[in-house]
Design a protein around this ligand. Structure first.
Ligand code: ARG
Length: 609
């Protein structure tokens, strides 16, 4: 045990008796532009996103034309004008650096011309043109786009996984508190954390999925004492008997607040627990086990995998870190009540600080540590990151882009309940279609739609903005909802089924051709999948992917309206485009852990056939 500890003025603007870390502006919490990992070949056969591949070509040109500007990184963007598919935006920046030094380059346009002229040959580029102040517009070759799609169909969607410049990340998510209810903030963290983990894993990053459960702290004193009082033979009674931990928590808290002698006993219990006394340790373990069982039911339901390393796991590391902080003059001891709220907050910060520095950076050697919690904890993480930066981590943390830490703050939902089966039955009843459905179909669809709707609503909304939760909106089959996307996917599957062709055979024998303008637009959107995942990962915004998929289904509809698929001369190529669209959609569903259903049935009168 240690007394109340304060950070000294170096790190803290504390008023007397208020331990805290100063929230200093921390550039670690903002997102540095990561961009593609230039020069690294950790792609393992993946070509990387289109932007990544173009950047490699542009890099060759830049090094050849401007060898003395070796720090300039290629700037590639999707073309905003009609003149190309992508554009290189380096000319103006380079011109401002070399202005006056070179007779050859009189304006940014001439720099752009030189970049375009010196691009190495590549079959991905059809043509280039230089516009205005040196924007190099790049038109991709139709044939190359088509081949790229065919390659993905033969080798799987992994061919379109992006290449990121980070190899190992910790994602700290879900993290409920023992003996307390897992509230909607934890649920959202579980959903968003899982998707972030999946996106990073898909991109080849090793992800340590960490459940930082609140399993340590002074509340255990009161819980254990209350347990001993009410279940003297608690070791023999099953978990069932003491199962309602929330009740136990509430009752013990009431006693703690009302009864000074109980409060005293509870405080002593904390000391005995932290001192490792067996009876207290066992009771603590039993309480944690019961909570864990309850949490696991939710994880199984959501099919989320996490590795529990709770607050207590890092306990053995505390003395060393304290010693180090003290030696560096960063903290000082003072007197105070260990049950004090401020003390709790301080312990929480300390716990996070040491786990970040000692464990996650030094032992686990993670380059990127991502915390997914409700937005209310933003200040806490600001303090932790600032303190970590200001103390012994300063030099490590500031070196280059990594190590990097981010807090993903989530706003609370007003309401979250799955009502999809009732909704489905009602709608089917209204349409007189209920009898066409088997129970199993009903169950499966309700599950896919219901869970999917909640998850998707969570992911789709840019987590940085607040939003109103509306179940009606989530279950709407029009607009950007999971239901709409799941049906769009099922409809594509039914087109393929109706053709009567074996799509696997076609992948090997058929050829994708992108002659029609709407075929090309669809093809281009498809091959942009890798850079969208890359953007969603680097900015930690799953909503980017949601938007992409919604656009994909709209672009697909346009293609399907203007290009006849079944029975046309281009049937094979167009069926392959349908399949590629479905594959991309399924990958997104997988990243979001939505369950796709392939059997399209007209449930909603408005959604047509
Ligand atoms: N248990 C905390 C809560 O429920 C969340 C913990 C988040 N992770 C962390 N390393 N602090 O609010």
């Amino acid at each position: 045990m240690f007394g109340l500890i304060q950070l000294t003025s170096k790190l803290s603007s504390h008023t007397s008796g208020t331990p805290c870390f100063t929230a200093m502006s921390s550039d670690m919490t903002s997102s540095p532009p990561l961009g593609p990992a230039m020069g690294t070949e950790n792609g393992g056969g993946r070509a990387g996103s289109i932007k990544y591949q173009l950047a490699k070509l542009v890099e060759v040109s830049l090094r050849a034309v401007f060898p003395e500007e070796s720090n300039v990184q290629p700037l590639i963007a999707v073309c905003t004008a009609k003149f190309g598919d992508y554009q290189c935006n380096n000319a103006m920046g380079i011109f401002s650096k070399i202005k006056g030094k070179s007779a050859e380059f009189k304006n940014p346009n001439s720099v752009g011309q030189a970049i375009a002229r010196n691009l190495p040959y590549s079959d991905m580029i059809e043509s280039t043109s230089v516009a205005g102040p040196g924007f190099v517009n790049i038109v991709l070759s139709n044939k190359w786009v088509a081949q790229n799609i065919q390659n993905m169909l033969s080798n799987g969607i992994g061919a379109w996984a992006p290449i990121l410049s980070v190899e190992k990340a910790v994602v700290d998510f879900s993290s409920p508190n023992i003996a307390k209810e897992m509230h909607v903030g934890h649920l959202r963290s579980t959903i968003v954390g899982d998707t972030i983990s999946r996106m990073l894993e898909f991109s080849g990053v090793e992800v340590l999925r960490r459940n930082h459960v609140g399993d340590w702290g002074t509340q255990f004193g009161m819980l254990i004492e209350h347990l001993f009082d009410n279940f003297p033979d608690w070791e023999d009674v099953g978990g069932q008997a003491i199962g309602d931990l929330q009740e136990l928590y509430k009752a013990s808290k009431r006693r703690f607040d009302d009864d000074p002698s109980f409060m005293e006993r509870a405080q002593h219990a904390v000391v005995r627990l932290q001192g490792g006394e067996a009876r207290y340790h066992n009771a603590w373990q039993r309480i944690c086990e019961i909570s864990r069982r309850e949490f696991d039911i939710i994880y199984q339901h959501l099919d989320v995998y996490l590795e529990e390393k709770g607050e207590s796991f890092y306990n053995p590391y505390i003395p060393n870190v304290l010693e180090e902080l003290t030696r560096k003059g960063l903290i000082e001891e003072s007197k105070g009540c260990p049950m004090d709220q401020k003390y709790q907050e301080f312990l929480c910060c300390l716990n996070d600080l040491l786990l970040l520095s000692r464990y996650r950076l030094n032992i686990e050697k993670a380059e990127w540590i991502i915390y997914v919690t409700d937005v209310g904890q933003a200040q806490h993480f600001d303090m932790v990151f600032s303190a970590a930066k200001a103390s012994w981590l300063a030099s490590d943390v500031n070196s280059g882009l990594y190590p990097r830490t981010n807090h993903v703050g989530l706003e609370f939902l007003d309401e979250a309940k799955s009502r999809s089966k009732a909704e489905l039955v009602k709608r089917l009843g209204d349409n007189g279609k209920l009898k066409e459905w088997t129970d199993e179909e009903l169950e499966k669809t309700a599950e896919a739609v219901g869970y999917g709707a909640v998850k998707y609503a969570d992911l789709k909304n840019n987590r940085l903005t607040n939003y109103t939760f509306s179940f009606d909106q989530m279950l709407n089959d029009k607009g950007n909802t999971a239901v709409y996307l799941l049906y769009a996917h099922a409809r594509i599957c039914s087109i393929i089924r109706k053709s009567g062709k074996d799509i696997e055979d076609m992948k090997n024998s058929g050829t994708v051709v992108l002659d029609h303008a709407d075929e090309r637009i669809l093809g281009l959107h498809l091959i942009q999948f890798a850079e969208i995942v890359e953007e969603a990962c680097t900015n930690l915004l799953p909503s980017v992917l949601c938007e992409y998929l919604y656009n994909l289904s709209e672009i697909f509809t346009r293609f399907y309206t203007s290009c006849q698929v079944l029975g046309s001369a281009e049937e094979t190529s167009r069926l392959l485009l349908c399949e590629a669209t479905a594959v991309v959609m399924r990958k997104c569903f997988h990243l979001w852990e939505l369950l796709p259903f392939t059997n399209y049935r007209s449930t909603f009168s408005s959604s047509g056939s």
